[in-house]
Design a binder for this molecule. Sequence first.
Ligand code: ATR
Length: 270
Amino acid sequence: SDHYCVLGNPVEHSKSPLIHQRFGEQTGQEIVYTAELAPLDGFVATWRAFCEGGGRGANVTVPFKEQAFALCDTLSERARRAGAVNTLINGQNGRVYGDNTDGVGLLRDLDAHHIPLKGVRILVLGAGGAVRGVLAPLLERGPREVVIINRTGAKAAALARDFADLGAVVGGGYDALEGPFDLVINGTSASLAGELPPLPEALFTPGGFAYDMMYAAEPTVFLRWAQDHGATPVDGLGMLVEQAAEAFFLWRRVRPDTGPVRALLRRALT
Ligand code: ATR
C-alpha cells in the first residue's frame, strides 16, 4: 500500500492520520498514513528521507508550510498565491509538486454551513500564513468587500495590496476597524493563547456569522464573544476535514465523503 504522512513540529496531536485512514477505508484505497516529526532545522531532509523510503506524498503543518513552498519544483496557482504549501506529491523522476488546500477547505466548510459570501462584507482577523492561504478563494466568491485587520496593521495593508487584483480588499490595524460585517473570520493565533483581539461592540450585522479557523473541545474565546454579540459561531473542525479531503483527492483521484469523518472528529473532541 502507498505511504503518506503529515510533517510537522509538533505533530503528535495531529488528527490527520485518523482522518486519512478513515478516508482510505471508506473509499477502498489501501494507504498507510503516519505522523512524522521533522526537526525544526531538518524539514527538507525529513521529506527527502520519506520519499527515498517510498513515500508518495505528505501534508505539511506548522511551522513548515513556507519551507514546503520553497522546495517544490512545480506549484499550483493557489499555492503560488498563498505563498505556502500544505500538500506535497512525490512525482515522476523525483520532481515535487506542491498545492495548498486550506482555502478550498475553508470554502467547503462555509458552504456546508450555508454561509453566504457573494455580495457580503467580510472581516478577516490576522495577516499570517493562515490568512494568506484563504484570501484568493474568498475573493473569487464576489464579496462586496474584504477587510483585513491585524495587530501589526502594515502587514494587513501589504497583504491587501497583494490580493487587490482579485477584488475589493483593504487592510489596516485595529484602530481602523469599523463594523458591521456579515461574516468575521478569525485567522489569528490569539485563540491558542485564550486571547481576544480588541473588537468593537457593533461588529456583526443581524444574522451574521463568526468563523474561527481554530477548534477545541470548548468554544474559543472569540466564538463565545461572537455568540454573546448576536452572531452564529462556527469552529474550524470542518475546515480541517475538508482540506484533508482535497489533499486525498489530489493523491488518489477519489473524493471521500467528509460527513461521517466530521461527525467522528466532533465526537472524539468532546
Ligand atoms: P499562521 O501561519 O497560523 O497564520 P502567524 O504567521 O504566526 O501564524 O500569524 C499569526 C497571526 O495572529 C498574526 O496575524 C498575528 O498578528 P501580528 O502579525 O501582529 O503578529 C496574530 N496574533 C497573534 N496573537 C495575537 C493576539 N493576541 N491578538 C491579536 N492578533 C494576534
